[in-house]
Design a protein around this ligand. Structure first.
Ligand SMILES: NC(=O)c1ccc[n+]([C@@H]2O[C@H](COP(=O)([O-])OP(=O)(O)OC[C@H]3O[C@@H](n4cnc5c(N)ncnc54)[C@H](O)[C@@H]3O)[C@@H](O)[C@H]2O)c1
Ligand SMILES: [Zn+2]
Ligand SMILES: [Zn+2]
Length: 346
């Protein structure tokens, strides 16, 4: 089969690899129908994720068709169409029993990280019964690919941890696919205002179309002043950090109102200043989370009902065989006006 293989920082190739085979009784082999590229894959290619080693097939998102299942898999059979999750969960360990699948002792984020991923013609999924989801009949499969990672991430790490409620003033820093997913799912709770902050005007335009009530381009370094002005110097009830750099987390610290929630979503590679000398008396909560994908069933229902429309996040489509070109497009997101690139198998 063909697969997109990582060969160390800056090096990737679309090459011939052996088709995966069932090893454990709980495995399933899935033929990939659709997959996509995540910002995290770009981090991997920069060499930022040391657990990913030379020879790894990348990718942790997609929709596919069951090709074969191990003898212990009871929920899926050959021919079923399935949504893949970026998180693999055994369903039995202490973390899984708490619903914290991201910290599964036998799984977690392993796909396209410590085991071969979904940017290939076939992928092996461990613990298939607890890691795959049936595609609901009649669902828009292209849209469902957005449920493998970015929508549960924006929803769980941003919206749920941020405890958004009706009437809240919410700021989302970062209008990438994850920040925009937080925006789409924040709307479940009817906040009064959703302020989107980014440095890319195209993404801010998209945010407006998705329902942001105010957009701020932070390029001039005045995002804090603009938020404080807009909120009558009060600040925001919920600040969601969806970039992953010190400046944007510190912006969240600067704009949070007393009693507010700062929900970190971004993957941080550098330490960040925690201004406890200002925040200690402010009754704020700061949360962090690796997406658990516990809300995937709920999100599937919202998509099926047409209340959540993640297809809007797809800006480009490629045949799976053109994935090298898809990476070039996604890697130049600002110039190409790219959000999510969808690859479809022939
Ligand atoms: N916690 C988790 O489980 C989890 C899961 C998936 C992704 N993530 C992380 O979420 C973050 C967002 O992911 P994404 O795919 O949307 O990334 P992205 O890179 O596409 O989006 C980041 C956005 O931030 C904007 N930005 C950059 N610098 C800025 C600044 N100084 N001020 C305002 N905006 C700025 C960029 O223009 C871009 O639109 C990343 O750090 C990613 O690794 C976390
Ligand atoms: Zn991802
Ligand atoms: Zn587990």
């Amino acid at each position: 089969m063909k697969a997109l293989v990582y060969h160390g920082p800056g090096k990737r190739s679309w090459e011939e690899r052996p088709k995966p085979v069932i090893k454990d009784s709980t495995d399933a082999i899935v033929k990939i129908a659709k997959t996509t590229i995540c910002g995290t894959d770009l981090h991997i290619l920069k060499g930022d994720v040391p657990t990913v080693t030379d020879g790894r097939i990348l990718g942790h998102e997609g929709v596919g068709i069951i090709e074969e299942v191990g003898p212990a898999v009871s929920n899926f059979k050959k021919g079923n169409r399935v949504l893949l999750s970026c998180i693999t969960s055994c369903g039995r360990c202490e973390a899984c029993k708490k619903g914290m699948y991201s910290h599964c002792e036998n799984g977690g984020w392993i796909l396209g990280n410590t085991i071969d991923g979904t940017q290939a013609e076939y992928v092996k999924i461990p613990f298939a019964d607890t890691s795959l989801y049936h595609v609901p009949a009649g669902a828009d499969e292209d849209a469902l690919v957005m449920l493998s990672d970015i929508l549960p991430t924006g929803y769980e790490c941003g919206v749920l941890n941020g405890q958004i409620k009706p009437g809240d003033i919410v700021a989302i820093v970062g209008a990438g696919p994850v920040g925009l997913s937080a925006l789409l799912t924040a709307e479940f709770y009817s906040p009064a205002e959703i302020i989107m902050i980014d440095t890319d005007d195209n993404r801010l335009d998209v945010a407006k179309k998705f329902g942001a009530t105010k957009v701020i381009n932070g390029k001039d370094g005045r995002a804090k002043d603009k938020v404080m002005e807009f909120t009558g110097k009060k600040g925001v009830d919920v600040a969601i950090e969806a970039v992953g750099i010190p400046a944007t987390f510190e912006l969240c610290e600067d704009i949070i109102a007393p009693g507010g929630h700062i929900a970190n979503v971004g993957v941080h590679g550098k330490s960040v200043q925690l201004h406890l000398e200002k925040l200690w008396s402010q009754n704020v909560t700061i949360t962090t989370r690796l997406v658990d994908t516990v809300t995937t069933p709920l999100l599937l229902k919202e998509v099926k009902a047409g209340k959540l429309r993640p297809r809007q996040l797809i800006t480009h489509e490629f045949p799976l065989a053109d994935i090298m070109e898809a990476y070039d497009t996604f890697g130049n997101a600002a110039k190409e006006k790219a959000l999510k690139v969808l690859m479809k198998a022939a």
